[in-house]
Ligand binder design. Structure first.
Ligand code: SF4
Ligand code: SF4
Length: 447
């Protein structure tokens, strides 16, 4: 028995329900993070996080230095954007966004003769700063959830006066098939993950921290354990999708339930991704804002799969080329993992803050072309980690029964796609539920 298999066997912590898609991580799980060469042009969409877009603070023709701010937050739920290279602003204009639309972006032409060294930004020591200062600094550093959701991190860290945080839970599960960027980050930079966790814990007054890791990442767990202080426990959890969803991870580690419609804050927990924790450390210890991230480039359509450190704004086409180009039989390219990622129509889109992976598949994942009637097998109910009734929700959305959607807790669905994955009738359940949620949101805003 391999050490990895033995490692898997003793693990019982998990949540109820969920699915077991093939992990498909072998191609990159042992590949160290490599830095990609700089390219000629970088495209930084102003909208690359949940919330209001950033507002450009530079104009065409301006010279910018790597790490310099190029856009300021467009509100509280918004963040700062920095240039990943030294060069010249070529334009602020609409460019193709990974969401398929043309969206405003800052386009930067890299200076081929610049050293591309980052001058450390001015920032305070994290020791003894107030929560308000921490929130300001994290917003200044442009940090967002790096697990894919790209929610501005400072918003989560902002502690209302009458609330407290007892536990910080850091998500190192990486439960999406194929992706290994968090795995490699934990294995190669465990000190940064721990340091960022400690900074957050200290500022929020949390006594205890947990880092949850799925059992298929033994090296990462071992490396973190070597450097973790007694106040931070490395918790190995079962390999199951969507173990990395914050509510599922809290359930697996602490057996606490986040109330319906509520937040981890309601049960005195803060959650964050391992990449975000390392980015907090990078800001306070090195003065480096979020200008690059680890991206897993993989799938059967990629000849040389890799984990790459990529400057934000790098065109996906150049990253794919760097990994050998797409094989001729590639049928789908997804940004992120196959379960929750965004399928792309063009490679002419940039790597963004939330881009955890570039996945090239030779068959379309969860192809739903041939749809059959529901056979009432209840597999979708057994898969749903939120204990929802996906088949009923999809039906309600299809017939626009908006009031009933609320009654059946449609907004608790976080679109993990487990229900669609198990449906033998290929019913696009998550797509219907997503539409139902949008209808519900619209009806509420009209009210
Ligand atoms: S209903 Fe939503 S939360 Fe439940 S399995 Fe489907 S997508 Fe996931
Ligand atoms: S899994 Fe598909 S076929 Fe089975 S009950 Fe759900 S919607 Fe119907």
């Amino acid at each position: 028995m391999s050490s990895s298999a033995a490692f898997k066997e003793n693990v019982s912590r998990t949540f109820r329900h969920g699915v077991h898609p093939p992990e498909n991580k072998e191609a990159t799980e042992c590949r160290s993070i490599e830095r990609v060469p700089f390219v000629r042009e970088y495209v930084l969409p102003l909208s690359q996080h949940i919330g209001a877009p950033s507002v450009a603070t530079v104009r065409a023709g301006e010279r910018v230095l790597r790490g310099q701010q190029i856009a300021k937050p467009g509100g509280f739920v918004s963040t700062t954007l920095h240039t990943p290279v030294t060069g010249t602003v070529k334009a602020v204009e609409p460019r193709l966004h990974p969401n398929g639309k043309m969206m405003p972006a800052v386009v930067i032409e890299a200076d081929p003769f610049a050293s591309q060294k980052v001058e450390p930004a001015e920032r305070p020591s994290p020791d003894g700063i107030s929560n308000k200062q921490l929130v300001e600094e994290v917003q200044k550093a442009g940090l967002v959830g790096l697990g894919g959701a790209a929610f501005p991190s400072h918003v989560k860290l902002s502690l209302p006066k009458d609330r407290k945080i007892e536990f910080v839970v850091i998500n190192g599960c990486e439960c999406e098939p194929y992706l290994t960027c968090d795995d490699r980050l934990m294995a190669e930079r465990p000190e940064a993950v721990i340091r960022g966790t400690e900074i957050m814990m200290k500022n929020l007054g949390a006594d205890r921290g947990y880092i949850g890791i799925e059992a298929n990442k033994p090296e990462a767990a071992a490396r973190l354990r070597e450097v973790a202080p007694a106040s931070i426990e490395i918790v190995v959890v079962q390999v199951k999708y969507p173990q990395g969803a914050e509510k599922m991870l809290i359930d697996a580690i602490m057996k606490r339930e986040v109330p319906s419609g509520g937040l981890p804050l309601d049960i005195e927990v803060l959650t964050n991704n391992v990449g975000t924790a390392a980015a907090v450390a990078d800001w306070f210890d090195r003065g480096v804002p979020l200008i690059e991230r680890v991206v897993t480039v993989t799938g059967p359509g990629i000849p040389h799969p890799r984990n790459l450190m990529v400057p934000l704004g790098t065109p996906v086409s150049t990253i794919v080329e760097y990994c050998g180009g797409l094989t001729e039989n590639t049928r789908q390219v997804i940004m992120g993992g196959p379960m929750m990622g965004m399928p792309q129509k063009s490679l002419d889109v940039p790597v963004m803050k939330g881009t955890s992976g570039i996945l090239a598949l030779t068959s379309v994942f969860q192809e739903t072309a041939q749809e059959y009637p529901c056979i009432r097998c209840a597999r979708c109910l057994e898969a749903c980690p939120m204990f929802l009734n996906p088949t009923r929700l999809a039906q309600l959305a299809r017939f626009e029964k908006i009031e009933s959607l609320e009654e059946y807790h449609a907004m608790d669905c976080f679109e993990c796609a487990s229900c669609s994955y198990v449906c033998p009738s290929n019913i696009p359940l998550v797509q219907w539920i997503r539409m139902g949620k949008a209808m519900l949101r619209e009806a509420k805003s009209k009210q």
